[in-house]
Write a protein that binds this ligand. Structure first.
Ligand code: FAD
Length: 289
């Protein structure tokens, strides 16, 4: 019998009233599973700065969850970025997911603001200097679009850890081997900080394929074939639950203790997978908020 994993969830801030209801439904459904932490993304180019702040505060205050706020370097001076971090500290937030961020829409590559942080390493260094945050960072089991190869990503991750990050969450992937090879490469480079696999329960196969293409995540042919067949028979959700559970189970069997779920603010598949892994609701947390 495999060990029950520690779990965490990623949410994104809502931009409409309808999306607000979806977020609250997601938090309410998943909070009783007692996550170690939840994180809230920061829109590309800093577009959700205020919304991220509000969502982080509301989740922490209403559900008592440990919330990590994402923060990127895009389109902001160092002073502006650190002002946002300080506003999180003032609101009681103690965890930050420190990211470089993607190029703004229309731009080919990330270009730092003239007075901004040039890389995630610089952002991590500055956050670490404040002594106010536990710092998490992103990690890439398959080459990031800006990277020469996986070794370059592993070495860059090492720089982020050396700068003060204490754990990393990976981009999503479809085969356990992809993560396990990356974990081995990290160990070879001397990384001892925990690396949490990023798990994407597949809500829609077409959407997931587009997302994968943008992130550089390999889509195995067998997976595409399986979803094409499941789509014909109306069994996509069943397949998504079974495959995600199997992926997590294999990782746990290989010693993984923490799983980070990309919920996309849709709670049901994530909840089903967690239940299948033996993560069941803590009744005392079910009626919070
Ligand atoms: P970095 O590690 O900084 O860079 C990625 C790779 O590019 C490195 O591994 C390295 O190979 C290469 N590289 C980058 N800079 C240099 C350099 N100066 N010198 C040499 N090589 C370099 N985006 C958002 O906009 N908002 C979010 O909330 C958000 N959340 C995310 C959460 C997670 C867990 C992950 C994995 C990604 C998230 N992203 C988010 C996407 C992320 O911003 C992009 O993938 C971005 O392109 C890289 O940011 P990073 O800090 O993860 O990567």
């Amino acid at each position: 019998m495999t060990k029950t994993p520690n779990i965490s969830f990623e949410f994104f801030p809502p931009q409409t009233l309808d999306a607000s209801f979806r977020l609250w439904d997601t938090v309410q459904t998943l909070a009783p599973l007692n996550p170690s932490f939840v994180s809230v993304t920061y829109g590309a180019g800093g577009t959700t700065r205020k919304l991220t702040h509000e969502a982080v505060g509301a989740i922490a205050n209403n559900y008592g969850l440990n919330v990590a706020a994402h923060l990127t370097c895009v389109d902001a001076t160092r002073a502006e970025t650190m002002e946002i971090a300080e506003s999180y500290a003032a609101a009681g937030v103690t965890e930050i997911v420190a990211l470089r961020g993607d190029a703004p829409k229309g731009a080919q590559r990330f270009t730092p603001h003239a007075d901004g942080f040039a890389s995630s390493v610089e952002l991590v260094e500055a956050l670490a200097k404040t002594g106010k945050f536990k710092i998490r960072v992103g990690a890439y089991p398959e080459p990031h679009p800006d990277s020469a190869d996986t070794l370059a990503d592993v070495r860059f991750l090492k720089r982020k850890i050396d700068a003060g990050a204490t754990s990393a969450m990976t981009q999503f992937f479809f085969e356990a081997e992809t993560f396990l090879r990356f974990r081995d490469a990290c160990v070879r480079e001397g990384i001892t900080a925990p690396i949490l696999p990023g798990i994407l329960p597949i809500q829609s196969w077409d959407g997931t394929k587009k997302f994968a293409a943008r992130c550089g995540t390999t889509v195995p042919a067998w997976l595409d074939d399986a979803f094409m067949a499941a789509k014909r028979d109306g069994r996509e959700e069943l397949l998504a639950t079974a495959l995600c559970t199997e992926l997590c189970d294999t990782l746990i069997g290989e010693g993984v203790e923490d799983l980070h779920f990309y919920t996309l603010n849709k709670p049901h598949l994530t909840r089903e997978v967690c239940h299948a892994l033996g993560v069941t609701p803590n009744v005392a947390l079910q009626n919070v908020a």
